[in-house]
Design a protein around this ligand. Sequence first.
Ligand code: FES
Ligand SMILES: [Fe+2]
Length: 440
Amino acid sequence: MIEADRPVSVLRRTWGDEEVFARELERVFKHSWQFLAHDSEIPEPGDYVQRRMGRDRVIVVHSEDGVNRVFLNTCRHRGVPLCRADEGNTSHFRCSYHGWTYANTGVLRGVTYQPDVYGPGGIDKSELELFAPAHVDTFLGMIFATWDQDAVPLREYLGDLTWYLEAIMGKFDDGLEVVGTPVRNIVKANWKTEGENLSGDGYHTMVTHATAVELGLFATPKDLEKLTDVVTPRFTGRTVDCGNGHTIRVQRLPVEIESNQYWGYPEDMWEQFDRNLSPGQQQVMSALSVCHGSVFPNMSFIENFKTNVDGPGLHARYFRITVRYPISATHCEQLWFLLQPRNADPQWRRLSAQAYLRTNGPSGMFEIDDTENFVGISEASVGEIARDKPITYLGGLQNPKTPSEVGWPGDAVDGDKTEKTLRAFHRQWAVMMGENEVVS
Ligand code: FES
Ligand SMILES: [Fe+2]
């Protein structure tokens, strides 16, 4: 649902208070669809990865009957984790404590010493399948799950963001695949700090990332002159509230173009983008500088453009997903997924990976800059005085609505330095937590 935009003020305790955190686990994480994995990570029967929903560890597995399933990683007997590895392939999960064995469909198949322990009739194994979320569904290869029996279907939950995700992830003939095993790290910051930022904070870029820009990690006017003849003096961008707390910001390169230009991708891929995308979606992707957004509550994505990656004229684009698992009010675990188009030119893929690593990868300069801010927000919000002071989100309330004839779904504005999407994120959070969480 898209609510009318209005000023939003959030108490600082939201960034570091354990009582608020405990209620988030109950009210937000138990009732939201949560991103778990991309289906390219588990292509074969038996393939699995270990992930989290809230603080619970879950196994995401490609079962032997071809269905992707999700299970709580805990034995039905006495609660030992069934799976200790981050990823692998197995037909069965065998518990290390007493040896109960489960098929990768979640069915309990084997109970050790059954007559001795449970008598001649044994134990009713049909009652002891692994615990599973209420719903599991996939959109554009992304596997999501929710514990809420009454949750709306995934596509309805994602709302107008589906159209933008199709533009970003659905433009390739052969789809996307995750490269390598996602990197994990612990961040000493509240799980919401990055999601809020990536929801659409175009305001911080030239300040927080000033050095990265100076070092040439972002397209400069000189780079743009090599791409096209006409350079206009300023960047243009749109920011969209897609409903249910999901958001996107799209920043275009400051150029005028007559036909679609998907700079950063090999030119022989451009035809498939025109074929696979609607005219409106082409407008999102053509002459794109960067787009990023968040899927409420804890997934974000970014597609970014890097010029001169490994020499003059070698431009590349990359697409990244991050997810943040809540550990405590001031700690989260972050996973980083680099996704690349299947069957793309290997040399371009190498350039794209290099561009990612230098900028928005786990040790990329933009991320190091940003994380310093996120850690600082949590640290500065836990004190007895600070925790009850408000944070205000007033930026961009004056931005004009994007004309409806442009055809971009959601509540879109023509504005690049707005806090509109941050307000949308916090309004959804407030709806789930209880209205009194946000003072507005
Ligand atoms: S706890 Fe798993 S078999 Fe006993
Ligand atoms: Fe940033």
